[in-house]
Write a protein that binds this ligand. Structure first.
Ligand code: C2E
Ligand code: CA
Ligand code: CA
Length: 695
């Protein structure tokens, strides 16, 4: 039954009981009033009448006795008058009692009737005898009459007197009985009212208890359920079987719990799953790692898919996504399966192997590489994919997952540099110093948040007296550290391999800017710095050529700067790639010449167009004869080899003059301009050339 109905019924029962108490009380009160009325109206009157009758009978008897003793007739007359009055009063009283008794059927009993009849009989027999006595007095004298009275009349008079006094007594008793009845009725009514009230109290308490119980119990259950939901336990069953409002409340709690649970599931999925491959994500990987026993051993492996950026760029992101999904599925089917496989970001997958050592980790790495060897077929097109793996063992290579992942990623870069499929973190050098670690961690987000900016530093040609080129230099607009110079983060971007994400971004920007300058009529060739990792990337040439096509820039309108040290890392591959770039028509420049050991004889073999003399030699070239000699001979040799010479870092007018006099082709340095943001570059160039034209 519903709570509302229960309350209505209970209150109705209680009100009914109250009504009963009121009705019973009122009816008894009415009865008591009626009885009291009767006693006051009838009984008291009858008592008074009986009393009068008795008194009058006595008085009449007295008169008669005095008549008997009065000899003088004159003196007897007033006595007759008084006696007649008494007798008529007596008759009237008896008659009145008779009519009252007749009207009041309740009070009239058979014995009373008989008594009244008897009284009347006595009265009439006395009357007869009394008359004879009176006649005797008048005719024969009081003495004779006295005799008659004593022998006849006196006994009749006594009988009458006895009967009237009995009547009076009886009427009094009747009134007492009435009063007693009244008292009993009042006591009975009181008991009944008390009993009904007690009954109402009992029934009311019982109902209150039952209702309270039937409401409080499910409310407690509901509170308990709400508590468990609040504490995040969404598995507790919801109590059933209540058909009332509480049942509805519990049901609603159940619905609420289910929707919380499904929403939580979705949130957890979003928080812990990679939506593309449905594999766990980096967050779950880190959490799973934290669940490992403190003294356990194992390995963290990281996989980087080869040429993924290139595939993305060349075939489009939908194809890239498809490949990631296929790879994710294959990795998920590996057996024995690792403790956890996660997609960290882009084309980076991570594996957590519990209880693994160097050998088991290696066996697993082989299994990963084997599963990648099967080509992926997309629209009848066969795509060969492959990857490089980095293996970090714990606790040897690190105890926290971030360190292990970073070291594994560094091992991937090491593997790429050394053209092997995988490398152990233990085989590469020490980690960068601590202060740089946070920057390294932030670099990836910096790219997403667009915190990197490109500054351009003009290159001035002495031959054409124009700005012939410009070097693109990377800056990091760090939200708290301000403008971070490249030397503070590029070495780590190279070490962690992140440079392979920066360079493609930078290339695309620079190529787009250069194409725009051309459209505006400027013939300025931008230079982009390539790092070692970029240089050994087998897909770089293809990537650049795609970008050039996309933005409509000729290959000859872009220059790439390569340092000696980058060339020395893997001379054979570097040379192969340089040849490809040169074949494409790209301009190539040797950067920081003089800071390494490369001989011009070696450089001669390279398909380069330009050589940049390191700042170290250009500084004070006008003052230091040793620097002057080196720069001068370098310029001569380069010209003989057909290379154009750029002097880097010329700051003073004297240095600029010296360089011009010694036939240096191009100069780049603060003496011309410092690197500037893109927005300032073209305005600066036009202002500069206007000034130069006026000179
Ligand atoms: P770099 O390639 O030798 O670049 C020239 C550096 O010398 C720039 O420093 C430039 O601001 C500075 N410079 C130019 N003229 C003068 C001068 O007259 N006096 C002085 N004192 N310095 C001058 P920046 O921009 O700090 O770059 C430092 C290095 O960072 C670069 O040396 C380059 O190796 C690297 N770098 C910068 N941008 C990139 C990039 O996009 N990719 C790569 N891989 N490396 C980059
Ligand atoms: Ca450079
Ligand atoms: Ca340089």
């Amino acid at each position: 039954m519903r709570i509302g109905s229960r309350l209505v019924i209970s209150f109705a029962v209680l009100l009914g009981l109250l009504f009963l108490v009121a009705v019973v009380s009122l009816s008894h009160f009415g009865k008591l009033t009626a009885v009291t009325q009767t006693i006051v109206d009838v009984q008291a009157q009858r008592v008074a009448l009986a009393h009068t009758a008795d008194k009058r009978a006595l008085s009449a008897a007295n008169c008669l006795l005095r008549l008997l003793q009065t000899s003088e007739r004159e003196q007897r007359i007033p006595l007759y008058t008084a006696m007649d009055a008494d007798i008529s009063d007596l008759d009237a009283a008896i008659a009145e009692i008779g009519t009252l008794a007749e009207n009041d059927l309740n009070m009239r009993s058979a014995s009373e009737n008989a008594q009244l009849d008897h009284l009347n009989e006595l009265r009439s027999s006395y009357d007869d005898l009394f008359r004879i006595t009176v006649e005797t007095i008048e005719l024969e004298g009081p003495a004779r009459a006295h005799k008659h009275f004593v022998t006849k009349t006196q006994s009749a008079l006594n009988a009458l007197l006895k009967e009237t006094s009995a009547l009076s007594e009886r009427q009094q008793r009747g009134m007492h009985a009435g009063l007693e009845q009244l008292r009993q009725a009042e006591a009975g009514a009181r008991t009944l009212v008390i009993l009904i009230s007690l009954g109402a109290l009992l029934v009311g308490s019982l109902l209150a208890w039952i209702i309270a119980r039937s409401i409080v119990k499910p409310v407690r259950e509901a509170v308990r359920v709400a508590d468990t939901i609040a504490h995040g336990d969404l598995t507790q069953p919801i109590p059933a079987g209540h058909a009332d409002e509480m049942g509805q409340l519990l049901q609603s709690l159940g619905v609420m719990r289910d929707s919380i649970s499904s929403r939580e599931e979705k949130i957890l999925k979003l928080a812990y799953r990679d939506t593309l491959t449905d594999l766990p994500n980096r967050t779950l990987f880190l959490e799973e790692f934290s669940r490992l026993a403190a003294d356990s051993t194992g390995a963290v492996l990281m996989l980087d898919i080869n040429r993924f950026a290139l595939i993305n760029n060349a075939l489009g992101y939908p194809v890239g996504d498809l490949i990631l999904r296929v790879v994710g599925k294959r990795l998920n089917e590996l057996s024995p399966s690792p403790r956890l496989i996660a997609r960290l970001w882009g084309d980076k997958f991570a594996f957590l192997l519990a209880d693994a050592n160097k050998e088991t980790a290696r066996a697993f790495a082989d299994a990963i590489l084997a599963t990648l060897q099967n080509p992926i077929t997309l629209d009848n097109q066969r795509l060969d994919i492959g990857g490089n793996l980095g293996i970090a063992l714990y606790p040897q290579d690190g105890e926290d997952p971030s360190t292990l992942l970073r070291r594994a990623e560094m091992a991937i870069n090491f593997a790429k540099q050394h053209h092997v499929d995988f490398a152990y973190a233990a085989d590469i050098g020490d980690e960068p110093v601590h202060e740089h670690l946070s920057l390294i961690g932030e670099m990836r987000e910096a790219l997403e948040r667009n915190e990197f900016a490109i500054y351009y530093q003009p290159k001035f040609s002495f031959n054409t007296e124009k700005i012939s080129g410009t070097e693109a230099l990377l800056r990091w607009n760090h939200p708290t550290r301000g403008l971070v110079p490249p030397m503070r983060f590029i070495p780590f971007a190279e070490q962690t391999g992140f440079i392979r994400e920066i360079t493609p971004w930078l290339l695309e920007q620079v190529i787009a800017h250069a194409a725009e300058w051309r459209r505006q009529g400027w013939d300025i060739i931008p230079s982009v710095n390539l790092s070692t990792l970029d240089l050994i990337d087998p897909w770089l040439v293809e990537h650049i050529s795609g970008l050039l096509q996309k933005h409509g820039l000729a290959a000859g309108q872009l220059c790439l700067e390569i340092t000696e040290s980058a060339l020395m890392e893997d001379p054979e591959i570097a040379l192969r790639h340089l040849n490809q770039m040169s074949a494409l028509g790209l301009k190539l420049s040797i950067d920081d010449y003089g800071s390494g050991q490369a001989s011009l004889a070696y450089l001669k073999k390279l398909p380069v167009n330009e050589l940049k003399i390191d700042r170290e030699f250009v500084t004070s070239v006008s003052e230091l004869p040793k620097n002057a000699a080196i720069v001068r001979s370098t310029i001569l040799l380069c010209h003989e080899l057909g290379l154009s010479v750029v002097a880097e870092g010329a700051e003073t007018a004297a240095e600029l003059d010296w360089l011009q006099h010694n036939h240096c082709d191009v100069v780049q340095g603060y003496g011309i301009a410092k690197p500037m943001p893109l927005a300032d570059f073209l305005p600066w160039v036009s202002a500069f050339e206007q000034r130069a034209g006026k000179l």
